[in-house]
Design a protein around this ligand. Structure first.
Ligand code: G3I
Length: 373
């Protein structure tokens, strides 16, 4: 009798333990934002409580499909909001510092470099087995005043750019595997943007930038990155011929970044996107989706979120079907931290989690597509 009583007690204890474990795993944490979430039905349905906590992640599924998946990272929330870091490490295996590696941030005075924010992002990535996409060595935006207000000769501008690239790439050698060397150098009409670099050095600055980056880290994968040239048309043709010229001259370039800052009112033609990826593959180049977001005009409605989800799915689908698309990176992951409301008043909600870190239909669309075989 006593033995039977002991057994019953042990079984009861085990049942209690299992119940407790299940409760811990599946209940949204208080304040996590997962409470009261609308569950979307149909193909975009997701286990809302599992984002960033337990369960299958985007990164696990993406790895099985042979691509990396990631997001741009802002320094403030990475250090200030535990949930932000928790979701990042759970869901993604590549990160792009949103601003921390830009010229203005890392090179604020002529002979002064400031790497602490960027170093912290790189350390976070390494600790969580994530690749870093360095962004960006040469751009005409977010430049420090000492540079834009200086009156430098052509040879001084060359020296400034060479030293900047050498210093930054060497600092991260072996830790940043991919660099957006050159950002947005082609205008919508296909001409070269009349930037401080074009005016100061001449068109040769482009090839020089790739060569200098390669000198500083011969192992790094070097990319040209742009927006609005993802499909076929005047701008993408101009980008293509610029890149083909670099390849033909033996410049060290390994890929092209397709940014995709888009909106549901003018969705991309995914056939044209795949064709564009394909002609770059024929040059021996990789393609990364580098900055995807799909901004919505307010008010945000379920219909608009569903349309947004379809666009996210179509871009991921294009990447999965192209032979050379190896990474799918979004320009953030939560509407809590996004450049969109600041730069496009009246628009927002461009990312896959809402501002309370709850998954939107777009998150479900990516999960569903990555699961498909
Ligand atoms: O950090 C300062 C803050 O101290 C100050 O009070 C505030 C007032 O203006 O500015 C803050 O800096 C802003 C920074 O974003 C952080 O929010 C800069 O002014 C602002 O210019 C900067 O904008 C960034 C923009 O690039 C220019 O560098 C956006 O965050 C960033 O999302 C955006 O990213 C670009 C990619 O690099 C290239 N492709 C397009 C993409 C979207 O524009």
């Amino acid at each position: 009798m006593r033995r039977l009583g002991d057994r019953i007690a042990v079984v009861a204890l085990m049942l209690l333990l299992v119940a407790a474990v299940l409760r811990i795993s599946w209940e949204p944490k208080p304040g996590s934002g997962a409470e009261g979430q609308i569950r979307h039905s149909g193909p975009a349905a997701v286990a809302v409580a599992s984002v960033g906590m337990v369960g299958t992640s985007l990164r696990t599924l993406a790895r099985a499909r042979g691509i990396r998946i990631g997001a741009a990272v802002a320094s403030g929330p990475l250090h200030g909001e535990p949930r932000y870091a928790e979701i990042l490490r759970h869901e993604f295996n590549v990160v792009t510092p949103e601003n921390a590696m830009k010229f203005e941030w890392v090179h604020p005075r002529q002979n002064v470099y400031a790497f602490s924010d960027a170093d912290a992002i790189v350390a976070f990535a390494r600790a969580n087995d994530m690749q870093v996409r360095g962004h960006t060595l040469v751009w005409h935006v977010s430049l420090p005043r000492w540079l834009t207000g200086g009156n430098f000769t052509r040879s001084e501008m060359r020296d400034i750019l060479r030293e900047h690239i050498h210093e930054v790439v060497r600092h991260f050698r072996g830790q940043v595997e991919v660099w957006d060397v050159l950002n947005e150098a082609v205008a919508d009409d296909g001409s070269l943007e009349k930037t401080i670099w074009l005016r100061g050095i001449g068109p040769e600055y482009i090839e020089l930038a790739f060569r200098w980056a390669h000198e500083a880290d011969p192992q790094a994968r070097l990319f040209y990155n742009d927006n609005g040239g993802e499909g076929l048309g005047r701008k993408s043709d101009a980008i293509y011929s610029l890149i083909r010229g670099l390849v033909q001259r033996g410049a060290p370039i390994h890929g092209v970044g397709f940014q995709f800052h888009i909106n549901p009112e003018s969705p991309p033609n995914t056939r044209a996107v795949v064709a564009n990826m394909d002609r770059l593959a024929a040059l021996g180049l990789e393609v990364h989706v580098t900055e995807l977001d799909v901004r919505i005009k307010k008010p945000v409605t379920e219909e608009k979120l569903d349309a947004q989800a379809r666009i996210y799915g179509s871009i991921l689908g294009a990447c999965l079907s192209a032979r050379n698309c190896r990474a799918f990176v979004m320009w953030g992951f939560t509407d809590r931290h996004s450049w969109i409301p600041l730069f496009f008043p009246g628009w927002g909600a461009g990312l896959i989690l809402d501002e309370f870190y709850r998954p939107k239909p777009a998150y479900g669309a990516l999960m569903d597509l990555l699961r498909e075989r």
